[in-house]
Design a protein around this ligand. Structure first.
Ligand code: GLN
Length: 475
């Protein structure tokens, strides 16, 4: 076994027992990256030129990568956009500062859809990333680079962000575990904003135990993010003696008539059986507003927030600029026309229309009301069940470029993930087996702050459904 193949907890143990050194682990991961990166293209910026100095802490000497919308002090952070140019943030994102403090070693910043808008990792100014399980297919997005890096064995864990599914969908496409934590569980300080009321940072790893380890490091209150939680700390300790006996796991009634790709439907049936055998009761909950309006509600809100958040990229304060413009208007025009890609531009325009004074009530404000109804619907549902089981995506990873023409179809593909962000809930994307060489992932959702319980259930699912293998480009 090569060192890059070790999952996070085994790598930590091996380093502790001095079976190998941090430099050896680093060298193994670096060689793996060198070998596969020309085909996978997960990186925007590599930083793996120097082996780690001796460090201490829970993650001492563990290589990792970060989605390129997480600020890294002095290191180029692009959000996969030309508009940020060679911007080097003057501070670290809190989640990264915590990993660094725990001894993690950064191998680089990885690809994503520009400003996290998309679900293919193809809306990047740096070109698309390929799915390590099948190089002709998308890795999912927007955190496609973070998922691909873990799946290909570059690093044992990574961080991404999830505004409407950007951790859970790529995790399921690449065959790794991914957690979108409860809104407020992880500080958003230093995360480049997309939709601030929806954005949340979370981990990718090849086992549930590894997600628990990373969550124990990155979660917690941060005075720099007033939306991060202030009450007690949450306990992410890994336990083997967990059970779902007597727990009620719900399927969503309205989703039952929606079409799923066959491997996903089969995985749903298999997972349901596993849960029943473990003593859980399978029930049904009804989420009519979610089923009918969540996609429209999400995109109205996400685009409205994005248009406000992206106002700051004006060529004056940070990132790409032009020096020879005839006036301020021409400068804004040239900077923003060149700097943003087509998807980002179309969302800024849509967001501007949705919040424009004469339409704001009818669209933006209406969407905020629908959002409240959606949150209430989930609260009611969680009165009748402990968790909800559903796909992370209705389809298996598609071929690169396949759905690019049909924007709406792309938006609708987020139906199973984005309601979770609208209600601020945690969602776990878990590995549920293979269909040929492609992994199949599903999703388990819980009430707010149930992240530890969700991961405990993930441990049981992993025991029955198996852990994913490191992907080799489909070879
Ligand atoms: N695909 C969704 C969007 O484009 C979600 C992206 C995300 O979670 N960042 O908005």
């Amino acid at each position: 076994m090569e060192l890059y193949e070790l999952n996070l907890s085994d790598a930590i143990q091996g380093l502790k027992d001095k079976k190998f050194s941090a430099s050896e682990l680093f060298a193994s991961c670096k060689a793996r990256i060198d070998k596969l990166e020309p085909e996978i293209h997960a990186f925007i910026t590599r930083t793996d030129s120097t082996p780690p100095a001796e460090t201490s802490g829970l993650l001492a000497g563990i290589p990792t990568v970060l989605k390129d919308n997480l600020c890294t002090k002095g290191l180029r952070t692009t959000a996969a956009s030309k508009i940020l140019g060679e911007w080097r943030p003057p501070y670290d994102a809190t989640a990264w500062a915590k990993l660094k403090e725990a001894g993690a070693v950064l191998m680089g910043k990885v690809n994503m859809d520009e400003f996290a808008m998309g679900n293919t990792c193809g809306n990047s100014a740096f070109g698309p990333t390929r799915n390590p399980n099948d190089l002709s297919r998308v890795p999912g997005g927007s955190s496609g680079g973070s998922a691909a890096a873990v799946s290909a064995g570059y690093v044992p864990f990574s961080l991404g962000s999830d505004t409407g599914g950007s951790i859970r969908q790529p995790a399921s496409f690449c065959g790794v575990y991914g957690l979108k934590p409860t809104y407020g569980m992880v500080s958003r300080y230093g995360l480049i904003s997309y939709g601030s009321s929806l954005d949340q940072i979370g981990p990718f790893a090849r086992t549930v135990k590894d997600l628990q380890l990373v969550m124990s490091v990155i979660s917690g209150h941060d005075p720099m993010d007033s939306s991060s939680f202030r009450d007690k700390d949450h306990d992410f300790t890994h336990r083997e003696d967990v059970s779902v006996k007597g727990k009620r796991v719900a399927l969503v009634k309205e989703f039952q008539s929606f079409t799923l790709d066959a491997p996903i439907a089969e995985a749903m049936a298999k997972t349901r059986k596993v849960l029943e055998e473990e003593g859980a009761e399978i029930v049904e909950v009804s989420l009519p507003v979610v089923a009918r309006y969540a996609v429209a509600c999400y995109y109205a809100l996400a685009m409205s927030e994005a248009h406000t958040n992206l106002e700051r990229y004006d060529g004056v304060r940070l990132g790409y600029t032009v020096k020879d413009a005839a006036g301020i208007k021409e400068m804004f025009e040239r900077v923003r026309s060149y700097g943003f890609g087509p998807e980002v531009k179309s969302r800024i325009i849509a967001g501007t229309c949705l919040t424009e004074p004469t339409r704001c009530e009818e669209y933006y404000v209406a969407a905020t009301k629908v959002r409240t109804l959606i949150a209430q619907e989930f609260t009611r549902a969680f009165g009748e069940c402990d968790f909800i089981l559903q796909p992370a995506s209705p389809s298996m990873p598609w071929k690169i470029g396949e759905n690019d023409e049909d924007e709406l179809k792309g938006y609708e593909a987020d139906l199973y993930t984005l309601p979770v962000n609208l209600a601020g809930l945690p969602g776990l994307s878990f590995f549920a087996g293979y269909a040929g060489n492609l992994p199949v992932g599903l999703q388990l959702i819980g009430p707010r702050w149930s992240d530890p319980a969700l991961l405990d259930t993930g441990v049981i699912l992993e025991r029955h459904l198996g852990s994913p293998k490191i992907a080799n480009g489909g070879k």
